[in-house]
Design a binder for this molecule. Structure first.
Ligand SMILES: Cc1cc2nc3c(=O)[nH]c(=O)nc-3n(C[C@H](O)[C@H](O)[C@H](O)COP(=O)(O)OP(=O)(O)OC[C@H]3O[C@@H](n4cnc5c(N)ncnc54)[C@H](O)[C@@H]3O)c2cc1C
Length: 552
């Protein structure tokens, strides 16, 4: 793809994760079956497909049989069938394996895998079908004509910090498309503007998120078998913090470990990365990592609001799929198969629209009908109140969940509402419990063998950002930010950021300033979600910038 021009395509897909790749593959297959012709173009901001992909992952395989009916399941890099699946109640010193797994958390028949590897495999399958894939290009603008989406534009490059053109300036490419599919994953930055412009959340719940920090390790033989998986509850989280850990045995003595924490916590100094390090020091987790070596680190948010937080997913000439649409089945911590399924249903809707030469929202509405008749509705509807129930803590959440199980998801109160995560953070003056650092006194000095400080972990993500560009993390209103965010909340960014981007600098005269080290950014999007009063906007940086995950 050349910069500095306008190109046309039938379908533009923004994002090369499982949802976008599945949409492209299925669309190419339908075109072939129906004898249709059409150009399918997929743009990915990572420097290669997979480099921005991070997941657990334990994956439900059946959707791959639908997407790639000709493929042998052993050809798909689903590394190991789950052989042992335990839920562990974790304490600081002890661990008790529950005699049963929590409903929706049973993983019989599922596989452990690296989602990055799966995406690379899917990209090959898409290219074999004629899909044009362009990694290393960030899309940062939606193109509109007469108020309707007509495509999108890749980012201008060669700008200095103030947005002035440098010698190497290159204007982005405008890509005009009959239909644009937004597959940007969690908190999609273009999807966010699309949702706002068309008020697509009208009557829906607020989306809520978790942040997951993950490390990939190689460990001595015998520490864990491939296909052995554990989910942990409890320590180091309090009963009013939602989340838990995962330990997934992969082949070749590798293990994926992570802690996922709901961003609706109240403590302005809570730090998910550091809580993850404390979690690793428990005897249960450390025994699995003993003698091993860290290979990679990464972090990403995931949407957890469920059924009631799904926005309207179609407008004239555009559809939203995967995590951008909020399609994660929360009690199970699973979104991959739903992302793939939504991509396939978007492909079917798109093919019908092109065939009928009508890409208006009246036709694209079919996508919603298909979603409602699919496993997506089947999996999300019965747990439609799950995450909202836990907003009031683990005990009330568990009680709510029990009532939902016996009432088919309704619970005793019907639809429960949710609040945006930034609203749940308390001001320093309001937060009366022990702040994070006091809770874990003496446990936050990391030994760089089992536990790692953020800066070291960031090194293991391969992250890179061009120096010459407008800082992609924008403080929306600096005066208000200083007065509220820094003074009243104590600059929570320095704690919630997964990658040491934000530093509170205090001058000799006591003036406080939030310094932004955008070069460390992991693209997890936590700051866009959790910054008090929506103080920060995450904008798309230059294409090819960001982490360089290999096997996450
Ligand atoms: C820590 C963690 C653990 C998880 N564990 C599991 C699990 O065990 N099982 C499971 O099923 N699910 C799990 N999930 C959820 C699952 O990973 C997601 O639901 C799934 O990846 C969503 O796929 P997607 O295609 O919608 O988005 P993504 O996988 O996020 O892919 C989106 C892609 O779009 C690209 N992109 C975004 N914006 C732009 C732009 N403007 N221009 C160009 N490219 C762009 C991104 O770089 C990325 O490559 C987990 C998630 C996390 C964070």
């Amino acid at each position: 793809m050349n910069n500095n021009d306008t190109i046309s395509t039938d379908i533009l897909i923004i994002g090369g994760g499982p949802s976008g790749l599945a949409a492209s593959i299925h669309l190419a297959d339908i075109f072939k079956q129906r004898g249709l012709k059409g150009r399918i173009l997929l743009i990915e901001k990572g420097r290669s497909i997979g480099s921005h992909i991070i997941s657990g992952a334990v994956i439900k395989p059946s959707v791959f049989r639908e997407l790639l009916p000709e493929a042998d399941i052993s050809e798909i890099p689903l590394t190991s069938k789950v052989t042992k699946d335990k839920t562990i109640m974790l304490g600081k010193k002890g661990a008790i394996a529950l005699p049963f797994n929590i409903p929706y958390m049973r993983n019989k028949g599922n596989y452990t895998a690296s989602l990055g590897q799966i995406c690379r495999y899917l990209a090959v399958k898409a290219q074999e079908r004629g899909v044009e894939i362009y990694p290393g290009f960030a899309v940062d603008e939606i193109l509109y004509k007469d108020g309707k989406v007509i495509g999108a534009k890749t980012k201008d490059t060669g700008l200095d910090h103030h947005g002035h053109q440098l010698e190497n300036f290159q204007a982005g490419t405008s890509i005009e498309a009959k239909i644009t599919i937004f597959a940007e994953g969690t908190r999609g930055s273009l999807t966010k503007t699309l949702i706002k412009k068309f008020n697509l959340t009208l009557g829906r719940n607020e989306q809520v998120y978790s942040l997951g920090c993950k490390e990939l390790w190689t460990v001595p033989e015998g520490n864990i078998e491939a296909g052995q998986i554990y989910h942990t509850m409890g320590y180091p989280l309090n009963i009013d913090e939602f989340g838990g850990g995962f330990i997934y045995g992969l082949k070749d003595n590798k293990v994926a470990v992570g802690l996922v924490v709901g961003l609706d916590y109240k403590d302005p100094s809570f730090d998910t990365h550091d809580a993850f390090q404390v979690w690793k020091t428990t005897p249960f987790v450390s025994s699995i990592l003993k003698g091993g070596k860290l290979l990679e680190y990464g972090a990403k948010t995931l949407p957890e609001g469920g059924y009631y937080a799904i926005p309207k997913l179609y407008v004239d000439n555009a559809l939203i799929v995967g995590d951008s649409a909020g399609l994660v089945a929360m009690p199970a911590l699973k979104g991959v198969h739903l992302a793939i399924k939504s991509g396939m249903l978007a492909a079917e809707t798109t093919a019908n629209a092109l065939e009928n030469k009508d890409t208006s929202e009246r036709t694209l509405q079919q996508y919603e009908t298909l979603l409602n008749a699919s496993i997506i509705h089947k999996e999300l509807y019965p747990v439609r109140n799950f995450r909202q129930g836990f907003a009031k803590g683990e005990i009330i959440g568990a009680l709510h969940f029990a009532t939902q199980l016996i009432t088919g998801g309704a619970g005793f109160f019907g639809r429960l509402r949710s609040h945006p995560d930034y609203q749940t953070t308390q001001k320093i003056s309001e937060f009366k419990k022990k702040p994070f650092k006091d809770r874990f006194k003496g446990q936050l000095e990391f030994d760089k063998v089992l536990t790692f400080d953020k800066a070291t972990d960031v090194f293991y993500s391969g992250v890179y950002h061009d120096e010459q560009q407008v800082v992609h993390l924008q403080i929306n209103d600096p005066d208000k930010f200083n007065a509220i965010n820094i003074e009243e909340y104590g600059a929570p960014e320095q704690f919630f950021c997964s990658s040491e981007v934000y530093e509170l600098h205090v001058s000799k005269t006591g003036e406080k300033e939030l310094r932004i080290h955008a070069e460390n950014c992991m693209h997890c999007k936590t700051c866009d979600i959790k910054s008090p009063e929506e103080g920060i906007t995450w904008l798309v940086p230059n294409g090819g910038n960001g982490p360089d995950f290999q096997n996450m």
